[in-house]
Design a protein around this ligand. Structure first.
Ligand SMILES: C[S@@+](CC[C@H](N)C(=O)[O-])C[C@H]1O[C@@H](n2cnc3c(N)ncnc32)[C@H](O)[C@@H]1O
Length: 442
């Protein structure tokens, strides 16, 4: 049993729950409590803060460029869905009052919107650069954690699009046409930890440890061996049959909440796209024998820790996705894979290099002081850094009748192809780029 000897790490609420559960619970239950318990969880209580001054940064925390680069892709998809519904975008302009009364048949859904910053920036980009399309769109936020939703509501008071918060299950009751964005959300779903004991895979549990003469503390212990029925699933990940290179004690994660999440998400979208952006490894890399501790990490106040038991409810806990498991679960849940890319590739295809260039040669009338330009340059480079955010994976899926034209070839910079949802003003004067899609035939 691994133990932690710091009493302060064991909050009373957790001690009571563990005692009520007989002294231990599966790691997955512990992780769900530590993140999503409405009173004590790091997200549930709203304790975690995302941003440069918060606990950890995500791509949107680095500034508005991430949303600006992503917006054309989302607009492209929304425009295609609008065309499929026969919406008259040209006739959509009108008075503000008419716009308020107009039905909003298209949904831009963000699940797990965090601080709400990305949702706000995307709504602003849509309203500014694609006003006719925006006139048919509403922003739908799916956030199960009350503490986070409260801050999102404040932030999104400034949204130019109407906003609604719904539960995923409620969306499934009245499905929408639209685009779902899941940015760093699936990595917050509780994972199962499993440990190889030399003969069997065992579920790892979090237990109270009460060793005589020592303070009570938390520990990780081996639980039941995995059911033999799990073997086909383990085999598909390369975890079965046993590999002698995995020593006893070798530990990793499984993602049992991903498939239900994808299926519920599919049930909420009758026709549309899903973009998942997250840390991910292929099964081959995720479960490679040399990765002997899995990918689970804890974050707080910009500090990273490999210990998931530290001050439960105060740290973000996160595990990478397994891209093979994600794609399989998505397919089984009703999604069709359009393509996947590293974030670096996706953002470059969406015009990041041109944006960098634009910092050196601001458009007429645009004023950029040196410090701002350097700060934005650094942020843009961080977004594509292959050792950091640039290694994130973008997975695009469609549901029901996604037009094949979506899956377009990227072209060299000088000759990018045309798209329907081009904003009225180009980012860079003299450059009239057709919209670059980041997808290619998978
Ligand atoms: C790592 S944060 C990412 C926030 C934001 N997308 C960003 O990139 O800055 C995870 C977010 O997902 C939310 N979340 C956790 N579980 C969720 C679930 N099952 N469905 C939707 N959102 C969830 C959390 O409350 C939090 O807002």
């Amino acid at each position: 049993m691994t133990t932690r000897l710091d009493e302060t790490d064991l909050p009373k609420w957790l001690r009571q729950r563990l005692l009520a559960a007989g002294g231990s619970v599966p790691f997955r239950t512990f992780m769900a409590w530590a993140l999503h318990d409405p009173d004590h969880g790091a997200y549930g209580s709203g304790r975690l803060v995302i941003g440069r001054r918060g606990d950890f940064v995500t791509s949107p925390s680095l500034g508005p460029d991430f949303a600006a680069l992503l917006a054309p892709q989302l607009a492209e998809w929304l425009a295609e869905l609008a065309a499929g519904m026969g919406l008259d975008l040209e006739g959509a302009a009108g008075t503000q009052q008419a716009a308020k009364a107009r039905p909003r048949p298209l949904a831009l859904v963000e699940t797990g919107p965090g601080e709400g910053e990305l949702a706000l920036q995307l709504a602003q980009a849509l309203a500014q650069d694609w006003p006719q399309l925006a006139a048919f769109c509403e922003l739908v936020l799916v956030e199960p954690n009350g503490g986070m939703a409260a801050r999102q509501r404040q932030r999104l008071e400034a949204s130019p699009l109407p906003c609604r918060w719904v539960r995923a299950e409620a969306l499934a009751q009245s499905p929408r046409t639209g685009v779902v964005l899941a940015h760093e959300v699936l990595d917050a779903l509780a994972v199962e930890r499993i440990r190889w004991d030399g003969r069997h895979w065992r579920q790892q549990r979090v237990a109270l440890s009460q060793e005589a003469g020592r303070p009570e503390c938390l520990g990780l212990v081996d639980g039941d061996r995995l059911d033999p029925e799990a073997e086909p699933a383990l085999e598909s990940l390369g975890l079965w049959p046993p590999d002698p290179r995995r020593e006893p004690g070798w530990t990793t994660e499984l993602h049992p909440e991903m498939a239900p999440w994808l299926a519920t998400c599919a049930a909420g979208i009758s026709r549309g796209r899903l973009l998942v952006i997250d840390y991910a490894h292929s099964a081959e890399r995720y479960y490679a024998p040399q990765r002997q501790g899995g990918t689970l990490m804890a974050y707080r106040q910009q500090e990273a820790s490999g210990d998931p038991l530290r001050q439960p409810g105060s740290w973000d806990l996160t595990a990478h996705l397994c891209s093979d498991s994600l794609v399989r679960a998505a397919r089984e849940g009703g999604w069709h894979l359009l393509g996947q890319r590293s974030q670096g590739e996706a953002l470059l295809a969406l015009g990041l290099a041109q944006r960098l260039h634009g910092l050196q040669t601001p458009a007429a009338g645009e004023q950029l002081d040196l410090a701002t330009a350097l700060g934005r340059r650094e942020s843009l480079l961080r977004l594509v850094d292959p050792a950091g955010l640039g290694a994130f994976r973008w997975f695009a899926f469609s549901r029901d009748g996604a037009p094949a034209a979506l899956v377009a070839e990227e072209r060299p910079e000088s000759g990018r192809h045309s798209g329907q949802a081009q904003p009225p003003g180009s980012q860079h004067p003299g450059d009239d780029p057709p919209l670059p899609l980041f997808l290619r035939d998978p």
